[in-house]
Design a binder for this molecule. Structure first.
Ligand code: ADP
Ligand code: TYD
Length: 206
């Protein structure tokens, strides 16, 4: 079973992923959690480049770097874990590329889709949970994070960019309502977790 989490930076994705991981493990499943970009040595190195404020990266180059990090993760971690019958929880996956590079950076959506097919090798989550919060709320949450550091290269993209990203996510939700579920991220952590558990419980039982 493959489940991904999506949302703009600071929406509360990682918090929910951790809570869901504990819930699934308590039910006896083996769970692998990964973050994107990351989780393999190569993908973590690419992550450093992508998030570094020292880099000046064109949008097309950004698309290819995120995709390179992803295909390494798919081949080295996600496919083997799924083959072993493990549950894979991914903090971001291919919808991030559609939302951030496609809608946010305004790259050609067909080219982004082609790149996504290469990067995923056709491996798609059974379920994607999109934690939806407005930009201002996400900014505030990031500012309150205990070890909050300087905004990274992506986080410096500004309000208009993030509004396009959020609208991109909502567009995916409209196109794929079975897989891509919108969760109201303005609720408190426990209420969001309860909602997610309800959805995942049905999926595991199916
Ligand atoms: P993301 O992984 O989407 O960047 P995090 O899970 O790291 O987001 O959460 C960002 C910040 O918001 C953290 O300080 C976290 O404790 C806080 N947070 C998470 N969920 C909620 C919530 N439902 N309401 C208020 N604050 C939250
Ligand atoms: P990360 O720290 O994982 O994000 P968050 O703070 O939300 O947990 O940083 C990943 C950044 O990269 C984030 O700004 C989203 C962006 N991103 C893309 O633009 N495209 C992608 O395909 C992926 C996976 C991430």
């Amino acid at each position: 079973m493959f489940i991904s989490f999506e949302g703009i930076d600071g929406s509360g994705k990682s918090t929910q992923l951790t809570m869901l991981r504990e819930w699934i493990e308590a039910r006896g499943y083996r769970v692998v959690t990964v973050r994107e970009p990351g989780a393999t040595m190569l993908s973590e190195s690419i992550r450093e480049i992508l998030l570094s404020n020292k880099q000046n990266i064109t949008s097309a180059s950004e698309l290819l770097l995120f995709s390179a990090a992803r295909v390494q993760l798919v081949e080295k971690v996600i496919e083997p874990a799924l083959a072993q019958g493990e549950v894979v929880l991914c903090d971001r996956y291919v919808d991030s590329t559609t939302a951030y590079q496609g809608y946010g950076r305004q790259l050609d959506l067909e080219q982004v889709a082609l790149c996504n097919r290469l990067a995923t090798r056709g491996v798609m989550p059974a379920l994607t949970l999109f934690i939806d919060v407005p930009y201002d709320e996400a900014q505030q949450r990031m500012n309150f994070t205990a070890n909050s550091s300087e905004p990274d290269r992506m986080e410096r993209s500004g309000r208009d960019f993030y509004n396009r990203v959020r609208n991109g996510y909502l567009g995916i939700a409209a196109a794929e309502p079975q897989r891509f579920i919108v969760i109201d991220g303005m609720q408190d952590r426990t209420a969001i977790h309860k909602e997610i558990v309800g959805i995942v419980d049905r999926l595991l039982g199916a």
